[in-house]
Design a protein around this ligand. Sequence first.
Ligand SMILES: *Cc1c(COP(=O)(O)O)cnc(C)c1O
Length: 352
Amino acid sequence: MSRFFAERYRDLAPYVPGEQPRDRRYIKLNTNESPYPPAPSVAQAVKRAAESLNLYCDPTCTALRQALGELLDLEPENLIMTNGSDEVLAYIFLAYGQRPFLFPEHTYGFYRVFCDLYGVEYSRVPLREDFSIDVEPYMDSRYNVIFANPNAPTGRDLPLSDIERLLNASPDRLVIVDEAYVDFGGSSALGLMGKYPNLIVVRTFSKSRSLAGGRLGFACAQKELIADLEAIRYSQNPYNVSALTQSAGLATLREEVYYRACAEKIKHSRSVMTSGLEALGFTVVPSKANFVFARAPGLSGRALYEGLRARGVLVRHFEKAGIEDYVRITVGTPEETLALLAECGKVLEEGK
Ligand SMILES: *Cc1c(COP(=O)(O)O)cnc(C)c1O
């Protein structure tokens, strides 16, 4: 750290992304990417768009918001497009950080990072023993609420009735639902948007739309909220979604059938992975996401992570009190799933 670094950032503990090693080929089950490539038409669209890279991209993302609006039955004014959903999450903490935030003790790590970065007050609420969210402690309307649903890294789904309770607790605080994993079997709060002016739903193309490297995310809310977020966006980075990404996003939206089929394959592999791990004696948290959160019998989370890594399989381990015995394993292809199960079996054997 240099002596020029602003005082207020000296204690910053930045977000730590999952590793993207290049040293050898791994079966990569550590960052919840899709194992399936984008539909072929996406690469073609990007190639066409590349011919006009001398021009700035459309700062309004109009075509993309129109197409997305048609798909989700929303007006373009209900949508803001961003450089990954991480960016719109940043805008949300910037825009609404005057009121402190509540979020689960174990959830997406970036919420805490943004609060620290932007000086937003927050408090973390423990999960239940089974890793589900108990909404009772969130009813305190002095706080905005944010969580992922399905939650990460647990994969557990919160029922919509609980989300409505949070929304009804007070119209003066916001409830932000991060639906990064909703396409793998979760229940979406999108249908509540018309009824609740204090709801923001955040989504991404990174997981179920095979576009993690393209960086495309968005938020849905009533028009006034979107106008706030647009004011922040135009004050920070009006050309936030590149021309290549806008064209990739548009092409993606024309391939619904393909991406739904990918999600179905992943759901099937998830159930194969879950029962395979259980057969090996693992404890597996029921998941509605494209990953499972699991604990090996008689082996620490770190030991399992390291054992798998040595065998060429990457999973994610969090060195965090309460979840340190668990690893988060992304659901891959059927072949990757079988390989994972075989390697887990070998690591358990070695550990004996
Ligand atoms: C992956 C993920 C994101 C971020 O996705 P990007 O759109 O790639 O920035 C946001 N929230 C949760 C819960 C995630 O798991």
